[in-house]
Write a protein that binds this ligand. Structure first.
Ligand code: CLF
Ligand code: SF4
Length: 549
């Protein structure tokens, strides 16, 4: 299909008329007047303002580090804050407190990605792993109420596969229609964008405030290396032509959502050698069109998943390669760095999976008592804790800014935490470490690393240690609540300092204090500053063989 088949994409600033798109089934073009906006033009301006600020943080900091690291009510317009404050994906800070769940009602897909095997979850929004059960919309609604009753911090319901939410419009929108009365649960969906433009009215009809589009390219030549085909107008289209259609639909869909005041996040899969350098351009283009966040995720391409990339040996990025691309995008669209590439049936806080507690069989047996007051009381408590953490974080940063001179040295530290913004987890109990970049005056969240549990059945499992060291090998220190002698020795031998002196302190204060001590030891000549190496992003479960490789 030639480019002329598409409408030109108007500059958003003059987007007051109507938006037009091609019906993917080729029946007829359709159009939607923007008079149907659910939010006033001020809301649209607010989204564009946040998108163009190069960072949610409008009060200094490092612009574009992501809504994640420093977002708060003072950093953005009130109406945007209301939308993101308890969404664990749209606010890094919120993800310490609030949970999301996915219902797997959307099995079909209208495109093929080279990193996807249909036997597994959609890689856009989930790590590969067989979905335990596909749900009907009615089953999904019951499950949502069961989870909301049991987990008061569950604030967001997302549909993220296992195929594409919008390639299954009836199941997706039936589910949302039945749930829209639960106004206290935010509705969220994820899509590859092919069918997006003609679905924007439906999305707005059901108050879906958050949409994710996976955009891996803005150059169809790059896209042809990622997408072997799409299904478009009743036929399979391949190659550059397929990528061209997908690209136009994605850009148009993003513009239309922005014009409607829907917060849109863009997910990109970083594929070394194919789109790594290109993602900077993607970041620039989606920012122009009002994307609220850009989430750059590592390719998962283990051969056993049976994907094209897995079978052809396309590797995923290392931890430092991922960070380098994310850092190169700073100053563009706000970055999300706390994505856990969760399953299409995930339940719980990001990074935890409680889906086994809510299997269909268990939900069927549950007596569901949906207590909204209990949920509200819990969430009020969370807000108080959150304010205390924010105050402690700001105080630590203020003290560092006043007392330390930034000498340009910045290092990574790994933090063992089970929440509340504190260093409060035993090394052996960690299944992931949060990674902070710390300098004399800054401590900012830059990612996380999944690891295998060291402590199993009450004993340390020494075979896991090499894989844990691999996962945080680019860090200078690991801050923990407690650590045993054996892992302490092994970490030290690998050049990573185990630190339990800041147990139960707030993370930023602890990281800055450790760094001040590190610099003092350098000044006294006790140690010398050494650069660290790279680290491995865990793909699935590490085996002893994999970690030794
Ligand atoms: Fe789900 Fe996605 Fe909504 Fe979040 S996930 S549909 S925006 S509620 Fe979040 Fe999971 Fe990353 Fe997705 S951590 S994979 S970004
Ligand atoms: Fe797989 Fe999702 Fe790509 Fe469809 S959009 S092929 S389900 S990764």
């Amino acid at each position: 299909m030639s480019d002329t088949a598409f409408v030109s994409i108007a500059d958003l600033s003059s987007k007051c008329g109507s938006a037009t798109w091609l019906d993917p089934h080729g029946v007829r073009p359709a159009s939607a007047g923007l008079g149907a906006l659910r939010l006033g033009r001020s809301a649209v301006s607010a989204i564009l303002e946040v998108a163009s600020s190069g960072g949610c943080s409008l009060r200094g900091g490092e612009g574009g580090t992501g809504c994640g690291s420093s977002d708060g009510p003072a950093d953005m317009p009130a109406e945007i804050w209301e939308k993101v404050k308890n969404h664990p994906c749209y606010s890094e800070e919120a993800h310490h407190h609030y949970a999301r769940m996915h219902v797997a009602v959307a099995p079909a897909c209208n495109i093929q990605c080279n990193y996807c095997n249909r036997k597994y979850d959609c890689s856009n929004e989930s790590r590969p792993g067989v979905v335990s059960a596909k749900l009907t919309p009615h089953q999904a609604v019951k499950k949502v109420l069961a989870v909301a009753s049991a987990i008061p911090q569950m604030t967001v319901l997302g549909i993220a596969g296992p195929g594409d939410a919008l390639a299954n419009p009836k199941k997706t929108f039936d589910t949302f229609r039945m749930l829209q009365e639960q106004a206290h649960i935010k509705l969220c969906l994820s899509t590859n964008g092919l069918a997006l433009p003609q679905m924007v009215d439906e999305i707005c009809k059901y108050n879906i405030d958050h949409v994710t589009i996976t955009i891996n390219m803005v150059d169809p030549e790059v896209g042809a290396k990622i997408y072997p085909w799409i299904f478009w107008q009743h036929r399979r289209v391949t190659g550059v032509e397929a990528a061209t259609i997908l690209h136009h639909q994605q850009m148009l869909g993003l513009e239309m959502l922005t014009a409607r005041g829907v917060l849109t996040k863009v997910n990109s899969v970083l594929i070394p050698g194919i789109n790594d350098a290109h993602l900077i351009e993607v970041n620039r283009e989606v920012k122009k069109r009002g994307a609220f966040l850009h989430n750059i995720m590592p390719l998962i391409s283990e051969a056993e998943h049976g994907t094209v990339f897995g079978l052809t040996g396309q590797r995923g990025p290392s931890a430092q390669e991922l960070k380098a691309v994310q850092d190169a995008c700073m100053g563009g669209a706000n970055l999300m760095r706390h994505c856990r590439q969760c399953r299409a049936d995930a339940v719980g806080l990001l990074g935890e999976d409680r889906s086994e507690e809510f299997t269909q069989a268990l939900v069927d047996q549950m007596e569901i008592v949906y207590d909204l007051d209990k949920r509200r009381a819990y969430q009020q408590q969370v807000e108080l804790e959150r304010q205390a953490q924010q105050a402690a974080k700001q105080a630590a940063l203020d003290v560092a800014a006043e007392t330390a001179a930034n000498d340009g040295i910045a290092v990574l530290v790994a933090i063992a935490t089970e929440g509340q913004g504190r260093v409060n987890q035993h090394f052996g109990h960690a299944t992931e470490f949060q990674i902070y970049e710390v300098s004399a005056t800054q401590a900012r969240f830059v990612g996380h690393r999944r690891v295998d549990l060291y402590c199993q059945g009450g004993y340390g499992e020494d075979e896991q240690l090499p894989s844990i060291v691999n996962a945080i090998n680019d860090c200078h220190a690991v801050l923990v609540a407690k650590i045993g002698a054996c892992p302490r020795d092994e970490l030290q031998a690998a050049g990573i300092e185990p630190v339990d002196a800041y147990a139960h302190e707030f993370i930023e204060g602890a990281a800055l204090a450790w760094f001040a001590d590190y610099r003092a030891r350098i000044a006294r000549g006790e140690i010398s500053h050494q650069a660290r190496g790279d680290a491995r992003i865990r793909q699935g479960v590490y085996t002893a063989a994999a970690s030794a490789a």
